[in-house]
Design a binder for this molecule. Sequence first.
Ligand code: ADP
Ligand code: ADP
Ligand code: ZN
Ligand code: ZN
Length: 751
Amino acid sequence: MSQANQEYIVISGARENNLRNVSLRIPKRKITIFTGVSGSGKSSIVFDTIASESQRLLNENFSTFVRTFLPKFPQPDADAIENLSMAVVVDQKRLGGGSHSTMGTITDISPILRLLFSRAGQPYVGPVNLFSFNDPQGMCPECNGIGRSMVVDMSKAVDLSKSLREGAILLPGYSVDSWDWNLIVQGGPFDPDKKLSDYPEEELEQLLYGKAKKVKMDFAGKATNITVEGVIEKFTNKYIKQDVKTKSERTQQMVAPYIAEGTCSGCRGARLNRAALACRINGLNIAEMASMEVGQLIRVLREIDDPAAAPIVKSLTERLQHLVDIGLDYLTLDRETDTLSGGESQRVKMVKHLSGSLVDVTYIFDEPSVGLHPRDVHRLNDLLRKLRDKGNTVIVVEHDPDVIKVADHIVDVGPHAGSRGGTIVYEGSYQGLLESGTLTGIHMKRPLELKRDGRKPSGTLPIRNAALHNLRDVNVDIPTGVLTVVTGVAGSGKSTLINEVFLGQHPDAIVIDQSAVGVSTRSNPATYTGIMDEVRKAFAAANKVNPGLFSFNSKGACENCQGLGVVYADLAYLDSVKLPCEACGGRRFKEEVLAYKLNGKSIAEVLEMTVEQALDFFQLKEVVRKLQAMSDVGLNYITLGQPLSTLSGGECQRIKLASELHKKGSIYVMDEPTTGLHMSDIGHLLGIMNRLVDAGNTVIVIEHNLEVISQADWIIDMGPDGGSRGGQVVFEGPPSQIVHAEQSVTGRYLK
Ligand code: ADP
Ligand code: ADP
Ligand code: ZN
Ligand code: ZN
């Protein structure tokens, strides 16, 4: 092979999904960005062809024995894929891992911090493991290092607005005049007629948490020694400290409503035992450092002037700086990874790779701009450049114009979606793209317009004194009957305000998120939207047979593949391959079922139709309405029978939206609905949101996309920055005014 060819990853004749014999060259050690409308075939090239082949090659290095334990990657459908290096996919899948996985553990920063404490902490204690909440030597014995344990749910246990005589103690066994109630009132010194909220602090503490003590009480004229104990203390000792499972089922049911998970009282959430927490550097223990925002932690670490600790401090601050560089300075090391958003998860994974020493790797990113405010996109770009400059090949699927700009090479896939896409419409430089006349090129040049006469709200939904996470006593009114966009830099508090505080008050709101849809491998758009039920009935009526025959789960389904249409073949010395089922040829039904026709088409042929084709084919009112809804959310190109598991997060969100479109008078909440959408698809999405509002609904959208922000009726801008430097509403009002609001970063970018 010639030297010149080695400089490119070469793909010839790729045919995965909708790709039409695509051939292209991707320059190595450069940034290549794939763009194009949703469904055009970007993922089919980048993930299903390039990443998949790289994984498969990697697995071939292992013995057949080891390979049986690795995920199976079928050979992509292409004539040739040459010059691949090892590929690492950095995606938006959330970092799971439960409560023992934190930002610190996942980025490998925690072990270094522990090392620092074992070397430089006072009083000197070792061993290093003492500082690990995952290690029996270090973990808090009460919560086993989780930081949370079962506690009494105070909101259910006492009503502070009442007096004892009015029944302030809600726990079972304390009804007014009961035995336990009398013990408290007579054991004193509690005024039974005073509201608990009017008790002095100490008295309330004694009533609730007082330790057991003997008092003399008068019973029928006889002084008797009786043990009294704070009500919460007693309940905890009786039902929480002792395993409640050993009690009768009736008792368990009685106490369960009063118990909830809360901060561990042993370590107050710090997860470590007393010895570990007693060890300090410059007055701070390891848990206090782990709960500081990364930006502040760096400043604290720089003040350590112990020369023996200098190399450890240097290594720590270097890694922490990567987190700052990518715009995650508002996160803390003790943050549990399963509470991070998709975009945050992807950026954390990126940092892991930056600290690593791999070179000549092909890094593949899926829309890394998700969750980033326009202000912070340059940080992402710097990171992509750094990866490239270390000698890696960087491949990015992205729609954000500001990220597309950093590309050394751009591949525009199109011209449209599905069967009307699957080709490469432009390859080359950014300047060339602008002149190319492709949908991407045209939209990149279009100027932003601010919405003028917005709708008038029909009322407001107030949020008062919100103080969760970083929110600083936020008071804001969300207007009803209009389109409200909540924006602000990452970490400013948008999700906390809307997804936690607001939705906590309005559980009846319709949340349209990007989590996966579908319950089984057989779920598809037709079953999900209910179209399949109508279609089955139509087939049954036309052929005078049972509708059940046309279900994948019925006797009518192909027995060889159980209605999946594919079989996974495990061949002794080869990788497992996904093959079309021989019995039904991928059509999923038995021959006799396929013989039944509706207007000349079999059930399998109907399932192969795209939404667009099905709209031409069906006249059934209910089916047409549901198809039209899918078409309206830009899903014209998906086929009715495509497994839901193959849809992207953005597509999942839009299919949910399609099935909710007909409701009226509801509150809709959407979190970054532009994810996965090309600039030319955003107009569509805005059309749908406007239709929802015009039908009398309230729509609340968390977004960074400037086009969506500019078309809002009302903007709530959070900020001014992330984490402790955010948590305030910096602007509320229409788009025409945000550009004049000096404190609003978003306003500056809209100008
Ligand atoms: P993009 O990444 O540009 O949004 P995709 O590559 O995901 O587009 O999809 C291209 C086309 O292939 C679409 O019509 C999509 O519905 C279809 N497709 C994607 N994955 C699968 C799959 N696993 N099975 C069948 N069709 C698929
Ligand atoms: P945004 O949606 O604007 O990106 P978030 O509401 O996610 O911001 O975050 C606001 C602040 O609250 C940040 O400092 C973030 O780290 C913190 N935060 C968010 N979720 C949690 C959580 N589950 N636990 C602890 N802190 C959180
Ligand atoms: Zn604990
Ligand atoms: Zn079959």
